[in-house]
Design a protein around this ligand. Structure first.
Ligand code: ATR
Length: 430
């Protein structure tokens, strides 16, 4: 089968890579190319022969609406959004769908952001904004407001002007504008006094991964989510329409992980080692850093240096105080590149820390048998462990799921072969 993406300028499209990974996984012989179509050909109908030559195609800006005149039928969803991003050629007739709402819903799902009964503000009122609004409403959001620069539109029901946003609080802020996108990565669609009013910030921009908006959100202690997973998920849903294979969330994650790996290998990023205390983050982390020629950072030591206090001293002021210092430290580390960071055992407890790490590198969970740890740990020198092994067992039980939920990759600790573990970690980025 032959597929492609159509658009006006497609030099930076990641779609061919995503769909090729899909074909490879299912051992399919299909191809996926790019088809740049000049605006004039799109409007005049001169591109029709080219379009019909494919078994299916995706549609990107600025043709998501303009493509509709070539279609024999449009799904109810695409009709209601007013945009098509997926077309299937069925015996010579073209039918349009929109998989962006599915992509966005799965972006939120995979990051644990609830829709039902929650309130949202969407920045921008273009095509992506309509898909986002559609699915938020469909899944029972309590309120959805769209911020627009258009003064007339801002007066309409469901819209708001940017200057009124400062007084508005909601659960999540979603950016669907191109502000902050490569190569204009310095841009940020809203200022800190607006961002501070939300619990979570989602940017559907995926290049750069860690946009200026998301960096500011993390600095302010917010959960922050980038848009690459949405791109992969909507592509998987297009494949489901073309091939009738049900979408597999494991494959979505696998392709997403390989794109992130490539991105960080090319643009620089960090490796964050997580896992319960004494799982080997420091010992193995140092070896990994040596192999990569990167800097090793022990996050706990880094926090102590940054705040001029020892960790037990910080804990004396309350665990909350320590966790706040920890978040500030992780934010600072997320601004740097090519570090191997051994995180503290509880770093993954706060969403903001996980966001900072995910957006600036790859989180690797070192999985080591708890009883092996208990046999080797000195419980006297760990502030959380004054009460001994049972306390460690209890903490592990409480945190185990969180470790698995927050990591990108799990690497097993091989008790008698440290270098195997080290090599497995190095492979995460190389
Ligand atoms: P898409 O159609 O894929 O959603 P787009 O049309 O490039 O992408 O941009 C989406 C929306 O972002 C635009 O419709 C515009 O919405 P408003 O006119 O309602 O504000 C918004 N947008 C585009 N460029 C912008 C900019 N430089 N600053 C702020 N918002 C912008």
């Amino acid at each position: 089968m032959r597929y492609c993406v159509i658009g006006e300028k497609l030099t930076h499209s990641m779609s061919p890579q995503i769909h090729k990974a899909y074909f490879d996984y299912y051992k399919m012989k299909s191809s996926y190319g790019i088809e740049q179509i000049p605006m004039q050909d799109m409007l005049s109908g001169d591109c029709e022969q080219v379009l019909r030559g494919y078994d299916g195609f995706n549609v990107t800006v600025p043709y998501k609406e303009k493509v509709m005149k070539y279609l024999a039928g449009i799904s109810a969803e695409a009709k209601s959004i007013g945009a098509v991003n997926t077309v299937v050629n069925s015996n010579g007739s073209l039918y349009g769908y929109n998989t962006d709402p599915y992509g966005f819903e799965n972006l939120l799902k995979s990051n644990g952001i609830k829709i039902k009964d929650c309130s949202f503000v969407i920045l921008g009122s273009g095509g992506a904004s309509k898909s986002v609004k559609y699915i938020l409403k469909k899944r029972g959001a309590n309120s959805v407001l769209v911020a627009t620069r258009d003064a007339e539109k801002a007066k309409e029901d469901g819209f708001i002007s940017y200057d009124l946003l400062k007084n508005y609080k909601a659960n999540a802020l979603i950016n669907t504008t191109p502000v902050g996108m490569y190569p204009n990565s310095d841009g940020c669609p809203v200022s800190e006094d607006i961002i501070v009013n939300f619990d979570s910030v989602v940017d559907i921009v995926y290049n750069p991964v860690y946009t200026n908006l998301l960096q500011t959100a993390v600095k302010l202690g917010k959960k922050a989510v980038g848009g690459l997973y949405m791109l992969v998920a909507q592509a998987m849903k297009s494949q489901e329409i073309w091939s009738n294979n049900l979408t597999d969330s494991k494959l979505t994650k696998k392709i997403y992980n390989s794109l992130m790996k490539e991105y960080f290998a090319k643009n620089g990023g960090n490796i964050y080692l997580t896992g319960i205390m004494s799982c080997g983050k420091t010992v193995k982390g140092k070896k990994v850093a040596e192999k990569l020629g990167w800097e090793f950072v022990d996050a706990d030591k880094y926090i102590e240096e940054l705040f001029g206090e020892s960790i037990p001293q910080m804990f004396e002021k309350g665990e909350d105080y320590f966790r706040q210092c920890e978040s500030e430290a992780i934010y600072r580390l997320s601004q740097r590149k090519n570090l191997v960071v051994a995180t503290g055992g509880g770093a993954i407890l706060k969403d903001v820390n996980v966001s900072a790490m995910k957006l600036s590198g790859i989180i690797v969970l070192i999985e080591r048998n708890l009883e092996d740890i208990i046999a080797s740990v000195n419980t006297q020198t760990r502030p959380l462990l004054k009460d001994g092994a049972d306390k460690l067992r209890k903490i592990y039980k409480e945190r185990k799921q969180r470790y698995y939920d927050t990591c990108d990759v799990v690497v097993k600790s091989h008790e008698y072969d440290m270098y195997k573990t080290v090599n497995d970690i190095v492979k995460v980025i190389l």
